[in-house]
Each structure stands twice: as structure tokens, then as C-alpha cells.
Design a protein around this ligand. Structure first.
Ligand SMILES: Cc1cc2nc3c(=O)[nH]c(=O)nc-3n(C[C@H](O)[C@H](O)[C@H](O)COP(=O)(O)O)c2cc1C
Length: 211
């Protein structure tokens, strides 16, 4: 049986990113995969500590040695067939926790001898971004910027698929916050008409990657 891991790199466990990941999980299940869902902000871990244990001669490959909660998660990812990570965009980048996990996951997966991958299988990757920015802004500005991070996942040797859910609803009631640059009416219309399409799209993406 195939295994798909879904990782929520948003600190909010029941908002946009989490909803999309739950839809993705349903897609993976329908495709016949076993799933594991992880709220990354519940896992204790930091970015790469540069201990270089993963680069020692004759040492274990594709394993992070740093003793915190990220290392067992990284082992699970290397044992899986697909990983789907959802992250909000904070200041034009995936979240700090996302970045911390990526540093650890990717650093132990490649060789410093020739920059080849140590991964001896194909792990498909789905990246789901959520953001305030409208789709046009994502297309024009963020899409190119995110490519550098997305390219790191090539070390996992599988298909890398991206989905951007834009113009998300950030709060339920905008009247309670100083958020005058957003129109609640426009945000709610978008939520009603576009978000179900986003859910369907990530579900299909996860099903595809989990087969
Ligand atoms: C600290 C912070 C920084 C943010 N920066 C951006 C940004 O640069 N661009 C953007 O489009 N949205 C930005 N947002 C909005 C979030 O990306 C958006 O609300 C996202 O859908 C939140 O995901 P969640 O609902 O799963 O928590 C920011 C939100 C926070 C809290």
C-alpha cells in the first residue's frame, strides 16, 4: 500500500491551509493510499544545525541525526511514497517552520561529493500555498520567486506539483480587525466561489501523486 504524508506548515490548525490539506488527504485516501497528517507547529524542531553527521563517511544516508521531533518526521517522509506540504505565505515566503523542515529534509538527501541525490526511490511532492495575494500577483511575482525552494524537492526524485490558493479569507469577521486594505465582501465572495474549486483541485492533485 502506498503512503502519503500531509504536513500543515500553518500555525492555524483549522484554517485555509488545513482545509486544503484535509481535502488532499481525502484525495490520497480515495486513491488507495495510507495517510498520515501532521500539524508541523506541534512538532518540536529547528532548521539544519549543521552538525554534518549526515555527511560523515560511511554514515547513514537520507537520515537527519539531530535529536528533535523533525528527525522522525523526516524518516517517515523518506519511507513514504508522497508528501504534500501546505504552507501560508508570510512576507513573500513559505513559513519559517516550512523552511526549517525543508533545510533538514533536503540537506540529508544529497551528496556533497557531486550534488547527486542519495534518495533511491521516487517520492512525489505536492506543495500547496495559501495567501492573501490575488492570483495575478502570484503569477506575476511569487511564482518565479518560489521556484528556488520548489527545485530543492527535485532531490526526492518524484513528480513535484504546485497549487496556489490565492485571496484567502484571513479572518471570519473583518470588522473586528484593523484590516482596511481588504474588502470582506470581496473576500467572502471569493471564499464561496473559488475556495471549493481550490479544494477540488488539491484533492485531485493528491490523488494523482498518491497513485
Ligand atoms: C505574519 C503573516 C505574514 C503574511 N504575509 C503575507 C504575504 O506576504 N503575502 C500574502 O499574500 N499573504 C500574507 N499573509 C496572509 C496569509 O498568507 C494568508 O492569510 C494564508 O491563507 C493564511 O493561511 P491559514 O489560513 O492556513 O493560516 C500573511 C499572514 C501572516 C500572519
Amino acid at each position: 500500500m502506498k503512503k502519503t504524508i500531509l504536513i500543515n506548515a500553518s500555525p492555524r490548525k483549522k484554517w485555509n491551509t488545513a482545509h486544503l490539506l484535509k481535502a488532499a488527504e481525502a484525495g490520497a485516501c480515495e486513491a488507495g493510499a495510507e495517510t498520515e497528517y501532521v500539524d508541523l507547529y506541534d512538532v518540536k524542531g529547528t532548521g539544519c544545525r549543521s552538525c554534518l553527521a549526515c555527511k560523515k563517511k560511511d554514515g547513514r544516508r537520507c537520515h537527519c541525526f539531530w535529536p528533535d521531533g523533525f528527525s522522525p518526521l523526516i524518516d517517515s517522509i523518506f519511507a513514504a511514497d508522497a508528501v504534500i506540504i501546505g504552507t501560508p505565505i508570510y512576507f513573500g515566503e513559505p513559513t519559517a517552520q516550512f523552511r526549517a523542515l525543508v533545510e533538514r529534509l533536503i540537506f540529508c538527501s544529497f551528496s556533497y561529493d557531486d550534488y547527486s541525490s542519495y534518495v533511491d526511490k521516487k517520492i512525489n511532492v505536492g506543495l500547496i500555498y495559501t495567501m492573501n495575494a490575488p492570483y495575478e500577483y502570484y503569477e506575476k511575482t511569487y511564482k518565479e520567486q518560489f521556484k528556488r525552494t520548489e527545485d530543492l524537492f527535485r532531490y526526492l526524485k518524484g513528480t513535484v506539483s504546485i497549487y496556489a490558493a490565492c485571496n484567502t479569507l484571513q479572518v471570519e469577521d473583518y470588522s473586528k480587525f484593523n484590516m482596511a486594505s481588504f474588502s470582506e465582501t470581496e473576500k467572502k465572495e471569493h471564499q464561496e466561489f473559488q475556495f471549493p474549486k481550490d479544494m477540488a483541485a488539491v484533492k485531485a492533485m493528491a490523488a494523482r501523486l498518491s497513485q
